[in-house]
Design a protein. Structure first.
Ligand code: ATP
Ligand code: MG
Length: 219
């Protein structure tokens, strides 16, 4: 079943003449395992931001779960699509690691007990339990990244988009991340890994969508 559909999508940044992505046609199925690859500047992050409704294409349309994306509010999109940006440090705003995980769960309306249970479960799954009382701002870049990924995954989105998730993390953390992502994908969550880490992409497997100069060259 198709979940995210892009039809003839073009996007040009306001101060540019050349489109950052052009003539994009893609169908992503519910629960699909995807790697989005391409050189620097090929349009990967732009494509992710279009799917998330952060950027509105000048041409074409985007459908989410059968409805045009512009009919959803950003929080409604956020409840379906989880996003971890290329600079996860910017996404941290709580002073305690466990609160960073709990925040979104409370916002979703989960009870205190449910929030505590899920927070504990996800902190343990990502091997962050020992850091639960730390201030995230004092953690290493790699640890911050894991906290943000953990917080987004705890919200159980239908699809998860991770922009360069291995940028700051070491080999052993990469293995843990891969394991956690595989587990979550097997539970039915679609995952798009945006990456130029060839080794990680090769281990991740899944469908490879490749961009060159804003165009899809492999799907
Ligand atoms: N905010 C912006 N304003 C103007 N142009 C932009 C902006 N962000 C990106 N671009 C341009 O759009 C094109 C695609 O950029 P994008 O960030 O989507 O590439 P990317 O594939 O994610 O690259 P990277 O691998 O370096 O993250 C590039 O030519 C870039 O210069
Ligand atoms: Mg990018």
């Amino acid at each position: 079943m198709s979940y995210i559909v892009l039809e003839n999508v073009d996007y040009t940044y306001p101060d540019r003449t050349e489109p950052a992505v052009r003539s994009l046609n893609l169908v992503l199925k519910k629960g699909e395992k995807i790697a989005l690859t391409g050189l620097n500047g090929s349009g990967k992050s732009t494509l992710a931001k279009i799917m998330l409704g952060f950027l509105k294409p000048q041409r074409g349309r985007v459908l989410l779960d059968g409805c045009p994306l512009d009919r959803y509010t950003l929080p409604e999109i956020g409840a379906r699509l989880g996003f971890v940006s290329q600079d996860p440090g910017q996404m941290i705003f709580n002073l305690k690691v466990s609160n960073e995980i709990a925040f979104g769960l409370k916002w979703q309306g989960k009870s205190r007990e449910e929030t505590d249970e899920l927070t504990g479960r996800y902190l343990r799954r990502f091997d962050l339990w020992h850091l639960r009382d730390e201030n995230p701002f004092n953690l290493s870049e790699g640890q911050k990244q894991m906290v943000v990924i953990c917080a987004i995954l705890a919200l159980a989105p239908d699809f998860l988009i991770l922009d360069e998730p291995t940028k700051n993390i070491d080999t052993s953390r990469k293995r843990d991340l891969l394991k956690a992502l595989r587990y979550i994908c097997n539970q039915g969550t679609g995952i798009i890994v945006v990456s130029h880490d060839r080794e990680f992409v090769a281990s991740w497997g899944g469908r490879n969508i490749q961009l060159t100069n804003g165009e899809v060259v492999a799907r």
